[in-house]
Design a protein around this ligand. Structure first.
Ligand SMILES: NC(=O)c1ccc[n+]([C@@H]2O[C@H](COP(=O)([O-])OP(=O)(O)OC[C@H]3O[C@@H](n4cnc5c(N)ncnc54)[C@H](O)[C@@H]3O)[C@@H](O)[C@H]2O)c1
Length: 361
């Protein structure tokens, strides 16, 4: 039995998670998919009601009682400082030590990429973003705030252990895919201390993966290259900040935020799956949010739980919807969040490859 904690969160979070749970409901009818989930009341509502963002007991239970976490989005205009989102999301990433942030950027239909076809059709980039260090480690401070003499320092923290484990995770993934190319992205020319460590570790770990082609690129060149020749890149490993930026670029090039799923993982221990997008207050409550990113998170979750074949059927359902032009307004369609979810659920119910699969396949 796989137990999943579902945190719908704020804004469009509950809308898209509602559809993700609908898909979990269909899948749980499969005799081989022993799934159970529980909704968690974490987000702006609870914070405004109780003053609690997330408690130690919550962290403990989320870490111990579940096989995976599925999170919608956090962020609410009623909490302008966003402290609940920081405590919950960064808290989970840091306290569960979810050091791998995996963000696939795959074009599913060239119609949805702003890149000219066939360039836009050929993008299938898998970004491995370091998720616990770098500029987001919270090291630094400010003095003389609000004066012309203000000084703000935000340190970029890179440890040998932190770099080694994310680089290794990216190499492992590349190997699992059959010896793809792995690109390490840094800014070693302007930030030589951090870049020096990343390059040395990358070369060291590469010795164990000689079948994989490696290359190193500066982040500015990489941003340009993702647009210029998106088909060249396969697996990319980089720091927290650069990965954050490049994966948003990758998301928009491959179909937009409404399609971008991500995994936050400590291999062998904990995993949290969330759409790349935020709580989108501008469209919340209108039924206009694209639930595909959240549903593609279910596909990643199934793969993580050892049911890759089922995850592939969820991806195939999304692909079928795109081929049939079923989509929310961000994709140029006129379907609502619920209509897309229902279409995908029906498609899965009628997917013979899901229900009649060779159980050893
Ligand atoms: N992981 C997270 O929970 C997360 C990530 C990013 C931002 N946020 C928070 O979300 C709030 C809004 O942030 P933002 O506006 O910068 O980013 P956002 O991702 O919420 O929205 C950016 C734009 O993309 C659109 N969009 C996003 N998701 C969509 C979807 N599924 N379907 C259709 N359109 C979609 C929005 O309407 C908006 O125009 C802020 O409070 C921010 O801090 C949370």
């Amino acid at each position: 039995m796989a137990r999943i904690a579902v945190i719908p969160g704020d804004g469009i979070g509950p809308e898209v998670m509602g559809e993700a749970v609908r898909i979990l409901g269909v899948l749980s009818e499969h005799p081989e998919l022993d799934l159970e989930w529980e909704a968690w009341d974490l987000g702006a509502e609870r914070f405004l009601r109780s003053g609690v963002t997330i408690s130690d007991e919550d962290f403990h239970r989320l870490a111990e009682d579940y096989d995976a976490i599925l999170l919608g989005a956090l962020g609410d205009p009623r909490v302008p400082g966003n402290e609940h989102a920081r405590d919950i999301l960064l808290g989970l990433r840091f306290r569960l030590d979810l050091y791998v942030n995996y963000r696939p950027c795959t074009v599913r239909h060239s119609r949805h990429s702003p890149l000219r076809s066939p360039l836009g059709a050929a993008m299938d980039v898998h970004i491995f973003r370091e998720n616990t260090e770098g500029s987001y480690a919270g090291v630094g401070g400010a003095i003389r705030q609000g004066t012309p003499d203000e000084v703000a320092i935000q340190e970029d923290v890179n440890t040998y252990k932190g770099v080694e484990r994310i680089v290794r995770a990216a190499f492992d993934f590349a190997r699992g895919r059959g010896g793809n190319r792995l690109t390490m992205v840094d800014k070693a020319n302007a930030m030589p201390a951090a870049g020096g460590l990343w390059r040395r570790v990358f070369q060291e770990v590469a010795q164990e993966f000689t079948e994989i082609d490696t290359e190193v690129m500066y982040v500015d060149a990489m941003a340009m290259d993702l647009v210029r020749r998106p088909d060249h890149h396969q697996v990319v490993v980089t720091s927290n900040l650069f990965g954050d930026i490049l994966s948003d670029l990758g998301a928009v090039l491959s179909g937009g935020l409404g399609m971008a799923a991500s995994a936050n993982v400590h291999p062998g221990r904990h995993a949290l799956f969330e759409p790349v997008h935020g709580s989108a207050p501008d469209i919340a409550g209108q039924g206009a949010a694209n639930p595909m990113a959240a549903i593609l998170c279910v596909a990643l979750l199934l793969e993580h739980l050892g049911w890759r074949w089922a995850g592939a059927r969820v991806e195939a359902a999304v692909q079928a919807a795109l081929e049939e032009d079923v989509g929310t307004p961000d994709l140029g369609g006129d379907a609502s969040t619920g209509q897309v979810g229902l279409w995908l659920a029906d498609h899965l119910r009628n997917d013979r490859n899901l229900w009649e699969r060779d159980t050893h396949g």
